[in-house]
Write a protein that binds this ligand. Structure first.
Ligand SMILES: [Zn+2]
Length: 458
């Protein structure tokens, strides 16, 4: 039995897959998909009325949910040479303190925040599998199932990516104690995927998997998993986030990480290379031509001092990207897309770096690109507002004067460059309203549970 009946939503302005349109009726089926989109219509009695312009909800292609609990707590200077690697030690301390209830509470809160930021789906790159000392839970899928529960509580779409992690560095170096909650051998990892196939199908979640990084898996382990995994969903991997990773990869193989990945693995449209920050011009061109998505997380990359992704060159070579919030120092579409563009401006000392050409809107160019790339990386066959796509919609606040006075691409540029999450008024996921007037109907309970976790982590 359908959870709700078919309905229609009327919007004075909507960003369709064909571009901006006026007086649009979006017909939504009882299965949560868009049945039809018609422009130039008058609203019929009984139609829902969007309280502002309607745009597609954005997929968030990279998340480590538990890290939201420590966002803002790693901003105290250490010895003077703080880096990704010193931040990682703080992250491992958090890992040692959280149990499954805590992870579910953190993820539910985070996912509500993501909805409010304009995201409609999260791709959870999930490597926190076991207890702090590395003992598996009675159900080895316990932590994954908590992520599924949290996504259902928040009502966000989920693409779940259990992560294979076995080593501390290139060449199969033994893992360090802080990594014990993450570890599998290939057989145990493949069994976890088997266990999750029915669980994710039942929950309506997409299932793919990830290799944590080239540091964390040997080539033989990667090939074994790729050959035997019982699913055809997306494959993600962290790559070339840090210059030290590039140096270590060169020392181990004589090749840089992105070159190694493209030489040795069957990288294609199924793949998503997370960060890919440090590439030569040739690697940038090769990754673009592979059809893989570059998974960019600009706020986290800025927070960790990673570096600046070569987005201008990558797009010029036909590359595709999506955006993720990764460590969740930011949780909104606007912050990520704005920082993506601003990183390029700061590097080049020029403006409007990622617009598709003269006269093009930067906001529109990068919103469209991240929507399509994010959907590909999330394992979705389609995206945007059109018949056959899921009804994942964001209503921007038509009572906000910046939005009210804008039309077409100006709406996106105002939202992304001058406003932020506060411009997001309502969010519909699979045909059902999850955020109404900036509020989630389970928000008080979710906040209370999350608050208890933060108090424990103090
Ligand atoms: Zn990550």
């Amino acid at each position: 039995m359908p959870a709700f009946s078919a309905h229609r939503l009327f919007a004075e302005q909507a960003l369709l897959s064909t571009g901006w349109a006026e007086n649009v009726v979006i017909s939504i089926d009882s299965d949560g998909c868009i049945a039809a989109v018609e422009a130039g219509q008058a609203p019929a009695p009984g139609d829902g009325r969007a309280a502002g312009p309607v745009v597609p909800a954005m997929p968030n292609l990279h998340s480590h949910a538990f890290q939201r609990a420590m966002a803002g707590l790693a901003e105290v200077a250490g010895s003077g040479d703080d880096s990704f690697w010193t931040w990682r030690e703080a992250m491992y301390r958090t890992v040692g303190l959280v149990d499954p209830d805590d992870v579910e509470a953190i993820a539910a809160k985070l996912y509500v925040e993501m909805l409010k930021g304009g995201f409609g789906r999260v791709v959870e790159f999930h490597y926190l599998h076991h207890t702090a000392d590395g003992t598996p839970y009675a159900d080895p899928a316990e932590m994954s199932l908590r992520i599924v529960n949290a996504a259902q509580a928040a009502g966000i779409g989920l693409t779940h990516l259990p992560v294979f992690y076995a080593h501390a560095n290139f060449g199969g170096v033994a893992p360090n104690p802080g990594q014990r909650p993450f570890l599998h051998d290939p057989d145990r990892f493949l069994a976890l995927l088997e266990r999750l196939v029915p669980a994710c199908a039942e929950a309506g979640a997409e299932l793919g998997y990830a290799i944590h990084s080239l540091r964390a898996a040997t080539p033989d382990e990667m090939r074994r998993i790729l050959g035997a995994a019982p699913i055809s969903g997306p494959v993600h991997i962290h790559v070339a986030e840090q210059t030290r990773e590039v140096e270590d990869c060169l020392a181990w193989s004589g090749r840089r990480p992105v070159d190694w990945l493209l030489d040795e693995m069957p990288v294609d449209q199924r793949w998503c290379a997370i960060h890919a920050t440090h590439m030569t011009a040739a690697e940038t061109e090769r990754l673009a031509k592979s059809g893989a998505i570059a998974g960019l997380c600009p706020a986290t990359e800025a927070n960790l001092g990673d570096g600046i992704f070569p987005a201008t060159d990558f797009l010029a070579a036909g590359g595709r990207f999506g955006i993720g919030t990764d460590s969740h120092v930011a949780t909104s579409v606007a912050e990520e897309l704005r920082l993506l563009e601003y990183g390029q401006r700061l590097r080049d000392r020029r403006r409007n770096r990622l617009a598709s050409g003269p006269g093009a809107s930067v906001g529109r160019t990068i919103f469209d690109a991240a929507l399509t790339g994010g959907a590909q990386a999330a394992g979705l066959g389609t995206s945007g507002i059109k018949a056959g796509a899921r009804a994942d919609l964001v209503v921007l606040d038509g009572a906000n004067p910046y939005i009210a006075a804008a039309s077409g691409n100006q709406i996106l540029d105002r939202w992304l460059f001058a406003l932020g999450g506060e411009a997001v008024r309502d969010v519909m996921i699979a045909g059902q309203w999850k955020i109404r007037n900036g509020h989630h109907d389970r928000e008080e309970d979710i906040d209370r549970a999350f608050g208890r976790v933060l108090t424990k982590l103090k």
